[in-house]
Ligand binder design. Sequence first.
Ligand SMILES: N[C@@H](CCC(=O)N[C@@H](CS)C(=O)NCC(=O)O)C(=O)O
Length: 235
Amino acid sequence: MAAPTPKIKLYTNHGCPWAHRAHITLAELQLPYEEEIIDLTTPRTAEYLKVNPRGLVPSIDIDGEIITESAVVAGYLADAFPSHLLPVSNAPGGALTRARIAFFVDTFFTKVNGTFFKIVFAKTDDEAAALVKEYVDAIVKEVEPLLGNAAPFFNGSDKLTLAEALTGPFVLRLLTLPKHGLLPESIISDLAARAPNFSRWGEVVAKHPSVTGIYDEEKIAAGTKARIEKLRASS
Ligand SMILES: N[C@@H](CCC(=O)N[C@@H](CS)C(=O)NCC(=O)O)C(=O)O
């Protein structure tokens, strides 16, 4: 008998890359869910603070259990509904694949991604160019070697894995925001020249329907531009 479908409510905001991780995971798992959009421009309601006392998105309510923090939400869903995203740890090779995915995600976020929004919010072209170099150097050194066997997804997988569910929102922004003038276009050509594995992988990740699903590129670009203008006006 098939397991009963869980009742899932996702508290989210479509502009948030962390919340985007939960959307990708739910899409890949083909789990139906209701969503509640949390307005991040105003203080959180007392009702939402009961769901997540930190006031952040995403959070999920799954059959009455609340789970917060995007990596925990995505990891929980991937564990609770075993699929191509993440092998169970006692499957042959399962623990090793899980370790590889965990290391890849840790590397992307501890060695590379911190520079990303610094580029977007750089105050001068020179500052942006130096940060682009820092970003590309880190990809070349830390991430490129981990994507040698991508086919086209992480670790030889022909389907998205949890590695892409967790990094995809940022890869998508990296590859789409340059055409809106929010990152120097050179970041794309530098990556193509110096990190071919990453570039090939990034292209397929950024086109995958589960990754593009909730992404409104024009709206994200306009929102980011407005945030930059606000920051400049206040500094
Ligand atoms: N570590 C958190 C970060 C989530 C996060 O920063 N969400 C932002 C939106 S992108 C948020 O809810 N911000 C509301 C606020 O800071 O008031 C996670 O991974 O879930």
